[in-house]
Design a protein around this ligand. Structure first.
Ligand code: PMP
Length: 298
């Protein structure tokens, strides 16, 4: 996929510049050791024709928390970065887009602290996601990183080595995506998404602690409150997941996407009859800010 062309404009350390004119230092600590943080944000063409960045504030606040968790100097305000993002979208004439801010380190081959950090904000077109296809997922042989070894709640570059290994393993085995357990054997999350299961009309998702607690996951809690859907944050095993009525993955890029099967187990409830599909529709409406649907009894 072509993320940019000769005309693409990015935000780079305070300026809007051509993507093809920018360089990254090959001696950057980020290149060698994975010490950097990033965000994954969506903008949408709204029902009224405007372009809106979904949960922009929450994403840039998390970017700052991630940077501080990794001891990266951070001298930007959320407001200036939101404005810079709208500028990038406008300059590239983007509406339904994926936005990728990245904080990276200067040249530094030691493990010492840096005095400076750099930022880029890149964006590319993202076709509206239809969410019709259901995922066949595989229990990964890779666990999520142990929070005693990593700042797991930070969206850190290096953590994604684990995500890539798990995702590539699942695809090599003929599945759509991986499902990773935490270091205690409980269901944690996907390589780039959180996981909910549904049992007897209640949605269940892993608590914060061993996962990246997503902004989509938090949005789903809000939607459940509005829709009168019960949910719990608690640990559950892969066995419990396989005995659930249905499941879904959720994240900024994936939005809400139903799961058909885990390993050889197919969920019994047809996706259209699940709480997940109600949440999926409500989420789709919310991101383009039309009216949230009401719960139709499944
Ligand atoms: N977990 C991981 C590992 C992720 O990469 C993502 C995507 N950022 C999520 C969960 C979902 O987070 P969000 O809803 O904030 O996109």
């Amino acid at each position: 996929m072509a993320y940019y062309n000769n005309d693409t404009i990015i935000y780079h350390n305070g300026s809007l510049v051509k993507a093809t004119d920018t360089k990254i230092d090959l001696y950057s600590q980020t290149m060698h050791y994975g010490l950097g943080v990033f965000e994954g944000i969506r903008s949408y063409k709204m029902a009224n024709g405007d372009t809106q960045i979904f949960k922009a504030f929450e994403h840039y606040e998390r970017l700052e928390r991630s940077a501080r968790a990794l001891n990266l100097p951070y001298h930007w305000t959320t407001e200036e970065l939101i404005q810079a993002t709208y500028d990038v979208l406008e300059k590239n004439n983007l509406r339904d887009a994926y936005v990728r801010p990245l904080i990276y380190c200067p040249a530094n081959m030691s493990f010492n602290l840096n005095n400076e950090s750099y930022i880029t904000i890149e964006a590319w077109e993202m076709a509206p996601f239809l969410g019709e296809k259901l995922l066949c997922i595989m229990t990964s042989s890779f666990q999520r990183p142990n929070p005693k070894g990593f700042k797991i709640e930070a969206k850190a570059c290096g953590h994604y080595v684990n995500s890539i290994l798990a995702s590539q393993e699942a695809k090599a085995n003929g599945y759509d995506e991986a499902m990773l357990l935490d270091m205690n054997g409980y269901v944690a999350e996907g390589p780039g998404a959180n996981i909910f299961i549904e049992k007897d009309g209640v949605l269940i998702t892993a608590p914060a602690g061993n996962i990246l607690p997503g902004i989509t996951r938090a949005t789903i809690f809000e939607l459940c409150d509005e829709l009168g859907i019960s949910y719990e944050e608690r640990f559950f095993t892969a066995e419990e997941m396989k005995n659930a009525d249905s499941a879904f993955y959720c994240g900024t890029a994936a939005e809400v996407i139903g799961v058909q099967s885990v390993d050889e187990t197919t969920f019994p409830l047809a996706w259209n009859n699940t709480r997940g599909s109600v949440v999926q529709k409500a989420y789709k409406n919310l991101v383009t800010e039309s009216i949230v649907t009401t719960l139709v009894e499944a």
